[in-house]
Design a protein around this ligand. Structure first.
Ligand code: GDG
Length: 494
């Protein structure tokens, strides 16, 4: 890992890795529950290794907060291995900043699903207000030598606010979701302030070359020849009005060794055996997702139905286990999606269930980690078919947990993970129902030697490019000397 011995890491994301909830038996107390989602799964082991501070929202709106919230969080320091500092927001700000601008505007738009975006003008005002609140807390906590690492689309404008408060520390931003092409980005009514917000950072990290190049194309379209580009190390240097921003491609990984260790425990091994016994000799096909329309769950269910219709020999020989973790349930679009998925599962099971064989097992809840690992280990095939995804950690977790090297990964070509894993996974276009159905049939009938060859290569890639490798590359790029201080020497060398 990068040497941060002389610098403190301040990590900032919309949510803290734990959310506070009222204890049911004591209306005045709080209990901390782990936050769901890829950002927290990936970053928690990094912060545990590096120490430092994590700033974010505690999940409680200001109207319900009590004076002891900060103390409850600070008491978790020893258990977590880093300090937790809350940022407050009101219920109205939560609705307009988090549910509104972040998740009804940026989230659909950046996943190329512009028709799902709700461009309500009041959302952006709340977005600016909350970014200002984050900046105020960071400015209070940070000193000039700290490294401030801000995550994801909720906090694009925080760097500008920090600079206007006089903060001079290095500012890194990592975008966990995709960045869209100009045709899509230009539809955003607030495209200029969002672009300017990103350009106020010292380093911008993207998951894939596709996302970095889309960002560059948008910057060039909107700013024309007022920007110039250079390349240095593995970075692109963008100069705008005398200010320089570095752009890097850093595909996020997982704590692969941690997943391997977890999957090898006695508890997981026993549960894996139970899951396998429960399905008899059938093959298990597994889907694991936050319940989100970008994850392509409906299209996947249609593809599974199509497999059973076009490959009748696979009936009673395969079962789809779909785990859907409820997410953003305050947004109507997400509640409607849940109903549509439940309807579709019922329809397919109603149509195809036969003599005790039920084609789809659907679990709509978050599983404890041990059970999640057992599902990964037990599954013969993982079906990871998002319509678009920044990376998709489930694809990597499945490989790391698959200790017997025999699983097959079916992976959407629109997941960022396809750039690293696409050669050895079966890649599919998630919109192509026949194509995904054919891949399911191919995976179920794949010879053992081919399964093992592919999975061995996938596991090696996931282990080599893990989350510590990722954090190291980001932090190194964030702590390089300023490009303008080394550029003259580079010119002389050339
Ligand atoms: C965003 C980007 C990017 C899922 N079910 C359970 C459970 N999970 C955990 C998985 C995994 C995480 O949730 C989901 O991560 P993803 O990467 O698949 O998706 P997002 O939440 O959308 O994450 C994504 C990521 O940020 C990181 O940059 O890859 O593209 O959208 O870690 O394990 N965990 C438990 N029980 C479950 O039932 N315990």
């Amino acid at each position: 890992m990068s040497d941060l011995s002389t610098r403190r890491l301040i990590n900032v994301s919309n949510r803290l890795p734990v959310m506070l909830r009222r204890t049911p038996d004591d209306a005045t107390g709080w209990r901390a529950e782990p936050t769901a989602g890829g950002l927290v799964s990936a970053l928690t082991p990094v912060l545990r290794a590096l120490g430092g501070e994590w700033i974010g929202w505690s999940g409680i709106v200001e109207e319900h907060a009590t004076a002891d919230v900060a103390q409850v969080l600070s008491a978790l320091r020893d258990e977590m291995g880093f300090t937790l500092t809350p940022v407050a927001m009101t219920a109205d700000q939560r609705d307009k900043f988090y549910l509104g601008f972040s998740n009804e505007v940026i989230w659909p738009l950046f996943h190329d699903l512009q028709s799902r975006a709700n461009f309500a003008p009041s959302y952006f005002t709340a977005y600016e207000e909350v970014n200002r609140r984050f900046a105020a807390v960071i400015a209070q906590r940070a000193s000039a030598d700290d490294l401030i690492w801000i995550h994801d689309y909720h906090l694009i404008n925080t760097a500008q606010e920090l600079r206007s408060l006089g903060v001079t520390a290095s500012l890194i931003f990592f975008l966990h979701i995709p960045f869209p092409q100009p045709d899509i980005f230009l539809k955003l009514p607030w495209r200029e302030p969002i672009l300017a917000g990103m350009l106020a950072y010292d380093l911008l990290g993207f998951q894939t070359v596709r996302d970095r190049d889309n960002f560059l194309a948008c910057a060039q379209t909107l700013l024309g020849d007022t920007i110039t580009l250079d390349s240095w190390e593995d970075l692109v240097i963008v100069t705008v009005q005398g200010c320089q921003v570095r752009l890097g491609v850093f595909p996020i990984g997982i704590d692969a060794a941690g997943f391997e260790r977890g999957a090898a425990t006695r508890a997981v091994t026993d549960l894996t055996r139970q899951l396998r016994t429960a399905v008899g000799g059938q093959q298990i096909i597994l889907g694991v997702d936050r319940l989100d329309y970008t994850k392509g769950i409906e299209q996947r269910l249609e593809a599974f139905r199509n497999t059973l219709q076009r490959y009748p020999e696979l009936r009673r020989r395969i079962t789809l286990v779909q785990i859907a973790v409820p997410s953003r349930t305050d947004i109507p679009e997400y509640r409607m999606l849940k109903q549509r998925i439940e309807g579709l599962v019922g329809e397919i099971n109603g149509e195809l269930t036969h003599l005790g064989w039920v084609p789809i097992q659907y679990l709509c809840r978050s599983l404890p980690f041990t059970e999640l690992l057992a599902h990964y280990r037990a599954a013969d095939v993982a079906l990871v078919t998002p319509l678009k995804d920044g990376m998709n950690l489930v694809a990597k977790e499945y490989c790391a947990a698959h200790l017997d090297h025999q699983g097959v990964l079916i992976l959407s070509e629109f997941a960022g993970a396809a750039a690293q894993l696409g050669t050895h996974a079966l890649t599919v276009n998630p919109y192509d129902i026949d194509g995904v159905a054919d891949a399911i049939a191919q995976a179920c009938q794949m010879p053992l030697i081919e399964r093992v060859t592919r999975m061995t290569a996938l596991r090696a890639s996931v282990r080599r490019e893990d989350v510590f490798w990722w954090a190291d590359r980001v932090l190194r790029a964030g702590t390089l000397p300023a490009y303008h201080s080394v550029a003259p020497a580079l010119d002389q060398e050339a």
